[in-house]
Ligand binder design. Structure first.
Ligand SMILES: NC(=O)c1ccc[n+]([C@@H]2O[C@H](COP(=O)([O-])OP(=O)(O)OC[C@H]3O[C@@H](n4cnc5c(N)ncnc54)[C@H](O)[C@@H]3O)[C@@H](O)[C@H]2O)c1
Length: 250
């Protein structure tokens, strides 16, 4: 019996990297997973084939921009009609655009905050009322260790993720006694397409300052998501867990 047997999970940014890893792991634990992403249908194929390889057909794909209020609200109506009540939401969709503050356009700031912070709010709100009515739910928000230590030329990203952490703690206080747990994961640098844009100089500098001396794997973040999405994590409230190779030590 899997840890998420019979549960319905919505994972945003499920076509790639950490979201793909979490989606496959949730399916392995018995959940029905709604894979949500901005990509075309073919972009879901890698995640879908990994779920199918497990022998599971308990998945749905849905194209949605998490920063778009109308799309998110329509998505929630579709999920409720076609999949059922949602037990777990993982707000994982995220973008990173490098820029110094002095050269940052307002468009970059708005884009990064729009996906990472507004998207987390919109998707959470779309499922929250139903969770409150059922007195049950798990919300897992993917933040970043850069929210805790800052990052050169990463201020929009770090600010968005700091917002995600503050949102997580505030919502956790609102709904903890209503049977809903809200927590965050703040990973360190993990080998996904998100890191592909980084320069060799950045990589060298980051590796030198990382106590563990290497970048992380998606598989090293996934167990924390299972913990927070399952009953194993029932006493975590507004926590920020950090699979980060020692970049931040709490
Ligand atoms: N990789 C890292 O080092 C690292 C570290 C800390 C935190 N994170 C966070 O982990 C999360 C996942 O990142 P990743 O490394 O797997 O990146 P990734 O680029 O591999 O995956 C991100 C996914 O989000 C989707 N996405 C982007 N904008 C979207 C939107 N508006 N609506 C819906 N989907 C959208 C993309 O299409 C993509 O499939 C992000 O929130 C990221 O900030 C990553």
């Amino acid at each position: 019996m899997g840890k998420l047997e019979g549960k319905v999970a919505v994972v945003t940014g499920a076509a790639s990297g950490i979201g793909a890893g979490i989606s496959v792991a949730f399916a392995k634990e018995g959940a029905t997973v709604v894979l949500l992403d901005l990509v075309e249908e073919s972009g879901f194929s890698s995640t879908v084939s990994q779920i199918v390889a497990l022998g599971s057909d308990h998945y749905f794909t849905y194209r949605c921009d998490v920063a778009d209020e109308q799309q998110v609200n329509e998505m929630a109506i579709w999920v409720s009609a076609n999949v059922g009540d949602v037990d777990i939401v993982v707000n994982n969709a995220g973008i990173f655009i490098e820029s110094s503050v002095v050269d940052m356009t307002t468009d970059i700031w708005d884009k990064v905050l729009g996906v990472n912070l507004r998207g987390t709010f919109l998707v959470t709100r779309a499922f929250l009322r139903s969770m409150i009515e059922r007195k049950s739910g798990k919300i897992v928000n993917i933040a970043s260790q850069l929210a805790q230590i800052g990052g050169t030329e990463a201020s929009a990203y770090a600010a968005s993720k700091g917002g995600v952490i503050a949102f997580t703690k505030s919502l956790a206080r609102e709904v903890a006694t209503l049977g809903i747990s809200v927590n965050a994961i703040a990973p360190g640098p993990i080998k996904t397409p998100l890191l592909d844009g980084e320069t060799p100089e950045w990589r060298e500098r980051k590796l030198a300052e990382l106590p563990i001396g290497r970048f992380g794997e998606v598989s090293e973040v996934v167990p924390t998501a299972i913990l927070l999405a399952s009953e194993d994590g029932s006493y975590y409230v507004g926590a920020v867990l950090g699979p980060n190779g020692g970049d931040v030590m709490n």
